[in-house]
Write a new protein. Structure first.
Length: 145
């Protein structure tokens, strides 16, 4: 049975939303304020997580953000993310365009449990909203997908 690793970008004061400032949130853009050395260290950790992952597990909003950026990028990290199987838990996504993407529908617990049984190794859940990572309901919340 595979494991799930939740990987989040969080500022030191707990802000998780809008790290690049593109979405217009009051606390957005915090990622751009870190120094170059910290950004390089972050990239190394993220790339290592991608190398170690057997798949990516995403909520629809995170998938949309990734799918708008990564398919056109190049390099080892981009190649890894673009080549990995991607699983998106969503009630609204119908036609994912990013290579190797499967939409998981229905109850989140059943879908993710099935994924854990099907995927050997570790699935990395990246940029998922913290409350989705703690989701315990048997029906996927429309807020997550």
């Amino acid at each position: 049975m595979g494991g799930i690793v939740v990987s989040e970008n969080v500022s030191i004061d707990g802000v998780v939303q809008d790290p690049t400032g593109e979405e217009g949130f009051a606390q957005g853009g915090w990622f751009g304020r870190i120094g170059d050395a910290d950004r390089r260290a972050w990239a190394e950790v993220e790339h290592e997580e991608a190398r170690d992952a057997a798949a990516l597990l995403l909520v629809r909003g995170s998938y949309t953000w990734f799918a708008a950026r990564w398919p056109t990028r190049t390099g080892a990290w981009a190649d890894r993310l673009n080549g990995l199987p991607k699983y998106v838990v969503s009630t609204t996504l119908r036609d994912p365009g990013w290579t190797n993407t499967t939409v998981l529908t229905g109850g989140v617990v059943d879908a993710v449990s099935g994924l854990r049984r099907a995927v050997a190794g570790t699935s990395s859940s990246t940029r998922a909203a913290p409350w989705c990572a703690r989701c315990r309901s048997t029906t996927w919340s429309t807020n997550c997908g």
